[in-house]
Design a protein. Structure first.
Length: 107
């Protein structure tokens, strides 16, 4: 993949997260959000839990996983979750904030 494919487009509501030294783009497309909602329940509840500080790590990883654009073939969900946890919540918060903002804004 070229480097351009790993750049988040803010106009599309995308965010980036670094996993294994590589920037991965998260795009909250309709299909991605429907998949996340199918697994996690209503997205509004997810946003409420996040606002109350009750969002579980597994929920955040699931949202990110479903929103991954151009997911590397070798990347498993377990490895992705381990990498998100290893880097700490502080590193994941900017991407989470963008995705939650997009859910609320309805872009």
């Amino acid at each position: 993949m070229s480097g351009a494919q790993h750049v988040a487009n803010a106009a599309r509501g995308e965010a980036a997260i670094r996993i294994g030294g590589e920037a991965l783009v998260l795009r909250p497309s309709f299909a991605a959000l429907v998949a996340a909602e199918t697994e996690l329940g209503p997205l509004f509840g997810l946003v409420e839990r996040a606002a109350e500080g009750r969002l579980a790590l597994g929920e955040m990883v699931a949202l990110f996983w479903h929103c991954l654009r151009d997911r590397p073939e070798a990347l498993t969900r377990d490895a992705f979750g381990d990498a998100v946890a290893a880097q700490g919540l502080t590193a994941a918060l900017p991407a989470l904030k963008v995705l939650l903002g997009q859910i609320l804004a309805g872009r």
